[in-house]
Design a protein around this ligand. Structure first.
Ligand code: IMP
Ligand code: MG
Length: 171
């Protein structure tokens, strides 16, 4: 296994995720929310975020084709698993590990907006703003990072490293 450099430690991540959850709890005070996680990278983020949100919180999951075993995005998004419930009239928060080119989020946003939710927000743990190819922004961002490839805390390289507790950079 390659040498990895810690970019955000588990302690830093926990504190930041708690802040995001506090913001969400304030923004939707008194209302239920549905967290829609993008498999598999967002699973750990969603689990931690959900447990800090002080609202009636529902889960759903979506799966799209990813980079495969490449570090480059092919530019194609394919839906592998849709949500299980209608999003109509709901406060939907799409939960994603990384907003990179924005292709995935643009596709998913369009798809969910077609359900006519009451509100639609994006929570991205990491934002590679520099790499955007579609003009899309997250409403809740953990950290902005540069053009580097990260793993851990749910994120993978060729399906490895998802279970690392810290977010690390592959040199
Ligand atoms: P995009 O915004 O459509 O380019 O794709 C974002 C998706 O690519 C994210 O949900 C991640 O699954 C994956 N991705 C982008 N950058 C990285 C990275 O540095 N490490 C691991 N996965 C990444
Ligand atoms: Mg992803």
């Amino acid at each position: 296994m390659a040498e990895l450099r810690v970019l955000f430690s588990r302690g830093q991540i926990a504190a930041r995720v708690a802040e995001l959850a506090r913001q969400i709890s304030q923004d939707f005070a008194g209302e239920p929310v549905v967290l829609v996680g993008v498999l598999k990278g967002a699973a750990i983020f969603l689990g931690d975020l959900a447990r800090q949100i002080e609202l009636d919180t529902n889960f759903d999951f979506i799966s799209v084709s990813s980079y495969g075993n490449e570090k480059q995005n092919s530019g194609e998004v394919k839906l592998l698993k849709d949500v299980d419930q209608s999003m109509e009239g709901k406060n939907v928060i799409l939960v994603e590990d990384i907003l990179d080119t924005g292709l995935t989020m643009s596709y998913l946003k369009k798809m969910i907006l077609a359900h006519h939710p009451k509100a639609f927000r994006i929570a991205a743990l990491l934002d590679k703003k520099c790499c955007r190819r579609q003009p899309i922004q997250a409403d809740y961002v953990g950290y902005e990072i540069g053009d580097e490839f990260v793993v851990g805390y749910g994120m993978d390289y060729a399906e490895h490293y998802r279970n690392l507790p810290d977010i690390c950079v592959i040199p």
